[in-house]
Design a protein around this ligand. Structure first.
Ligand code: EPU
Length: 299
């Protein structure tokens, strides 16, 4: 690995990932950089690509399982969390947390982002995975996304350019080496009380149906068309099943909670069990919703 990477300001070596992951699971990152200001990023990405050094961009790590001993190359955690409200437009840095986006827009009487109160991730991660909750998806209110391509060139993409579908986007496919920098959302006008009321409903529903007081990655599998992964996993009787320190939540069967020092292997073993049991009983192949870094499910 070239010397220049170790001497980039802020770069740390052999950084433990568990403390920065909401799940508390992870190996280490060979090189690690937290970015509050993305000003230097175009040059850095250009340089990494030129030297064929792999890089991985992460957000709040609320939907990512680090199943690695050591991640190669540079791991970049986006913490650029600027938030600007300009009439109907809201501009948010990729590192802005979705619940903060919901709270700040509600305070200003801007409607349309209430669902973000139920998405415990960052704006960048939510665009990457077209996160959604309670009838809303990020694609519904997104106007434009500012990105860097692998050469460090800036582009402004429309929501159509992002090719959003259920929990999917171009950033998981053809643009997987691109970096999401910030996004502009369109909102409507409403009274702060009305917006806040809807936001509180989202939070209440989430508290009632999901194990939010425990560490999880949210929904483990995507819902198959017309059905619910939680219902299917529940129906095969897996609630409460435990492997090592990981447990299938007793509150919501599509959540795996880290109850006692779970490892990535514990989580992957439970995921394999959930997928296999649902397939045997219903013939439905569940597809992971969580982002697994390092190992594929079943390997
Ligand atoms: N159900 C069961 N047993 C369970 C869990 C659920 O029978 O253990 C049943 C419920 O009774 C309900 C149905 O399954 O009839 C659907 O459950 P729920 O309303 O909890 O929603 P979900 O489909 O499991 C989806 C999203 C969540 C989002 C909620 C609320 C997916 C995979 N999940 O969950 O998103 O918060 O709706 O809108 O699309 C996430 O993506 O990480 C996530 C948490």
């Amino acid at each position: 690995m070239p010397d220049w990477l170790a001497s980039v300001p802020g770069v740390r070596e052999h950084e433990a990932l568990a403390p920065i992951s909401w799940y508390g699971i992870g190996g280490t990152a060979r090189y690690f950089l937290e970015l509050v200001d993305d000003g230097r990023l175009p040059e850095l990405i250009r340089h990494l690509t030129h030297d064929a050094i792999p890089y991985l961009v992460i957000g709040a790590s609320t939907n990512t399982l680090f199943a690695v001993d050591e991640l190669p190359g540079l791991t970049i955690k986006m913490r650029n969390a600027e938030l600007k409200l300009d009439n109907e437009q809201v501009i948010a840095g990729a590192g802005t947390l979705m619940p903060k986006l919901a709270a700040e827009t509600a305070r200003a009487g801007r409607a349309g982002l209430e669902f973000a109160a139920g998405v415990p991730g960052s704006v960048g991660g939510s665009i990457f995975g077209n996160a959604g909750a309670f009838g809303g998806e990020i694609k519904d209110s997104l106007q434009t996304v500012e990105v860097l391509d692998e050469s460090g060139e800036r582009h402004t993409l429309s929501a159509d350019d992002c090719r959003f579908s259920y929990r999917d986007s171009a950033f998981k496919g053809q643009h997987q080496a691109w970096v999401i920098l910030r996004a502009t959302f369109r909102t409507g006008a409403d009274s702060p009380q009305a917006v806040r009321g809807r936001l509180l409903e989202v939070q209440k529903h989430r508290r009632t149906t999901q194990p939010i007081e425990q560490r999880s990655l949210g929904s483990t599998f995507k819902n198959p068309p017309g059905d619910s992964a939680g219902r299917l996993i529940d129906a095969v009787g897996l609630k409460g099943m435990r492997i090592g320190g990981a447990e299938i939540s007793r509150k919501h069967a599509n959540f795996i909670v880290n109850v006692d020092g779970a490892t990535a292997d514990d989580v992957l073993a439970l995921m394999a069990e959930m997928r296999d049991r649902v397939f045997q009983r219903f013939g439905i192949e569940l597809e992971p919703e969580v982002r697994i870094i390092g190992r594929a499910l079943g390997s």
